[in-house]
Each structure stands twice: as C-alpha cells, then as structure tokens.
Design a protein around this ligand. Structure first.
Ligand code: NAD
Length: 362
C-alpha cells in the first residue's frame, strides 16, 4: 500500500470501523475509475466537477440530475456523452453501464439514503456527501445496502485529505504541542431564507448537521478519540422564520476517555461566519483560521505560520477512493465514519432537549 495512504490511516485511525480490505475493481486497471455525479447543485458544479481535472485515478464520466437543462449544459461543458446523462427517472439504466463505477450523491442529506441504496442496488460503488443522512438508522441502511451488494461506500469528508488538516492532526497526536490541555472548534455562517437547509426533512437538522459537523469532526480527528459523553445547548432567535424547523446556534462539549474536553459551536445566523479551531498543548498552541475552507487555509503554532504545501483536497479525496477500489485497502472516510458523526449529533440534540449530559455507549 502506498506510504501516503498508510500515513493517513494512522493519523485518522479512530473508532470508525471498516470491513476487511477488499479489492473491488477488476477491469482494465490502466483506465481511471469512472464517476457519475448525482445532483448538479452548487457544491457539485463549483467544487467537485472542476476537481476531476486534477485527478490521476478518477474520471467524470456520467451525470444524473432532475433537470434536463442542467444535464445538457454540464454534459456539453464536460464532454459527457448523451448515453451517460440520466434523469432520476432514467437512472436505473446505469446498471450494467461499463463506464460508471461510482455514483457520487451530492443532493440534500434527506435524499442521500434513497439515492445511495438505489445506486448500490444498481451495482455501483457510492460516495455520499456529508452529513451522511438524517438518522443513524438511515446511515445503517446505506451501509447495509452497499455491504449486501459488495460495493464500497465513502463519505465526503474532504478535510481528511487536506494537507493543513493532516499536518494539524500530526502535530496534535505526535506530542509536538505537548500534552493537549484543551481544544475548541467553531463553524458557522449566515444562512439565507427559503433553502433546503431550513427544511428538516431535507436537511435532517439545522446548523449542527450542515456546518457544526466540521467542528465535531475536527475535535474527533485532532484528538484521535471518540467522545464518551456530550453536553449541549441550542439557542434560536425569536421570530426568525429560518428557524421554524431547524436549529440555529449549538454549543456543545465532548468529554473524551483520556479526560480531554473539546468545546464546539455551530451557527446559522452568524455574520461574519466562523471557521476555526484551536488546540492548546502544554508546549504550544495551534490555531487554524480558516481551518476547513475549500482553500486559503491559515495554520499557526504559537503565532508562527506552519509550513504546509496546499493540495487539491477534492481531487485527493476522490483519488483515494478510486485507489481503494483498484488496490483494496481501507478508505479513510467510510460509511461508519459518517454514521459516527450522526450518532454524536443525535446525542447533542438529545442533550439540548433534556438539559442533561448524554452518555455515548461504545
Ligand atoms: P444545492 O442546493 O446547491 O444543490 C442541491 C442539488 O440537489 C440541486 O441540484 C437540486 O436540484 C438537487 N436535489 C435533488 N433532490 C432534491 C430535493 N428533493 N430537494 C432539493 N434539491 C434536490 O446544495 P449544495 O450546497 O450543493 O449541497 C448538496 C450536498 O452537498 C449536501 O449534502 C451538502 O451538505 C453537501 N455539501 C458539502 C460541502 C463540502 O464541503 N463537503 C459543501 C457544500 C455542500
């Protein structure tokens, strides 16, 4: 297995459990793995589709959308043959399509389970955007469908493939900062009205699901531990119709088995937004701002900029998945990783509702 993959496995080897390595991909290994993007919204068309040009092992070969006009527009732009452009009604024809190996689901989270199960049942590997799904049982359904069809399932945790975040993980876990005394992470932005993110059935929840998940996931990957208890509060502004169905501000505390405590926040009414984390060690303090953006990361240790070579996290992530399909091995962000975040978010919601800490079993 290549050194880089091994390194990431070590850095990100947390509680998420993956099945024994399997080699899934048997056709002509000289050809890149073929990906179809399902859902041609903002993230798919502005970040993911352009990143294929930087991929070594992955190629955009298909599109699936509910909008025929988008299929023609992006199909022409990316040179996708009409035979590989599908609507949600016609996508069952993907079964047996020799070009398409992976379906990348980039629609609202409430729709991830159905599209994932459908794609796995069509015999395709599935990559789902975060948050994986509204509930733990939805996540399990996605994992089970892929397992039953012997297909690989990945979740779009791009920060697990981003060089600054990988360097921060190394600094936290290697003792470079000294014993970690505390960590906190804050993520939020100001959300507009009338979008799916404010509709519970589509979003699964509010800011915690959409952006607070970056705070939560960072606290997990920086510490390398799984929380055993959460304690949270939620605050919604009065008379703001954006928060009729979903929450605005979440303040949460994660207690880890080592005794370390991580603080996280999340918000949807924050102007200006926040995108940062801070880790205080006995010897040094690491501060990242922006920490989890698409680019422009800025990481310091005791105020001095960390020397990190920027990379294309989207291309690196897709290529890592493609390499697992070809060579076998454990993908760093499997369905179990997505399910673990949803499990903790559900405990955060339960704690906020009851006003009490919630224990997380193993
Ligand atoms: P968007 O609204 O821009 O796009 C959503 C797409 O899904 C649209 O093309 C829409 O037509 C389609 N869609 C399919 N079924 C739908 C339904 N029932 N209701 C509404 N739209 C439906 O949203 P987005 O910002 O591109 O987010 C899409 C997914 O990507 C979400 O899961 C989101 O959390 C994730 N995302 C991830 C990142 C990241 O950095 N990893 C960033 C942004 C979004």
């Amino acid at each position: 297995m290549p050194t880089t993959l091994t390194r990431r496995h070590t850095l990100l080897g947390m509680g998420a459990v993956a099945a024994a390595p399997l080699t899934f991909f048997t056709r002509d290994a000289s050809k890149p793995v073929g990906w179809a993007v399902l859902g041609l919204g903002s993230y798919a068309t502005n970040q993911i589709m352009p990143a294929f040009k930087d991929c070594e092992h992955s190629k955009l070969v298909g599109l699936v959308s509910g909008h025929p006009a988008k299929l023609s527009h992006f199909g022409e732009q990316y040179g996708i043959p009409t035979a590989n452009r599908f609507t949600y009604d016609s996508m069952d024809a993907i079964r047996g399509n020799p070009d398409i190996d992976v379906v990348y689901v980039i629609t609202p989270p409430g729709t991830h389970p159905a599209f994932t199960v459908r794609s796995a049942n069509l015999g395709k590997h599935v990559f789902s955007e975060k948050p994986m799904a509204p509930s733990v049982s939805d996540c399990q359904q996605m994992i089970d469908a892929c397992r039953k069809n012997r297909r690989l399932l990945g979740v779009g945790y791009r920060c697990h493939f981003e060089n600054h975040n990988l360097r921060a993980i190394q600094a936290c876990r290697s003792g470079e900062l000294g014993k970690i005394k505390s960590m906190r992470s804050d993520h939020g932005f100001s959300i507009g009205r009338g979008q799916w993110r404010t509709v519970k059935a589509l979003a699964g929840g509010g800011s915690m699901m959409d952006i607070g998940i970056y705070s939560l996931n960072a606290l997990r990957y920086l510490s390398g531990e799984e929380p055993r208890e959460v304690h949270a509060t939620i605050a919604n502004p009065l008379n703001d119709d954006r928060f009729k169905e979903v929450e605005d501000t979440v303040d949460f505390k994660l207690s880890f088995p080592s005794g370390l405590v991580g603080h996280g926040t999340s918000g949807y009414s924050w102007q200006p937004g926040k995108n940062q984390y801070e880790v205080v060690g006995e010897n040094a303090t690491l501060f990242a701002n922006p920490a989890t953006y698409y680019d422009s990361h800025h990481f310091t240790v005791n105020g001095k900029e960390m020397a990190v070579t920027a990379n294309d996290q989207f291309a690196t992530m897709m290529d890592a998945f493609s390499k697992c399909l070809r060579e076998g091995g454990k993908f760093q962000a499997p369905g179990e990783e997505g399910r673990q975040d949803i499990r903790i978010i559900q405990a955060i919601y339960a704690s906020a509702a009851s006003g009490k800490p919630v224990m997380l079993g193993r």
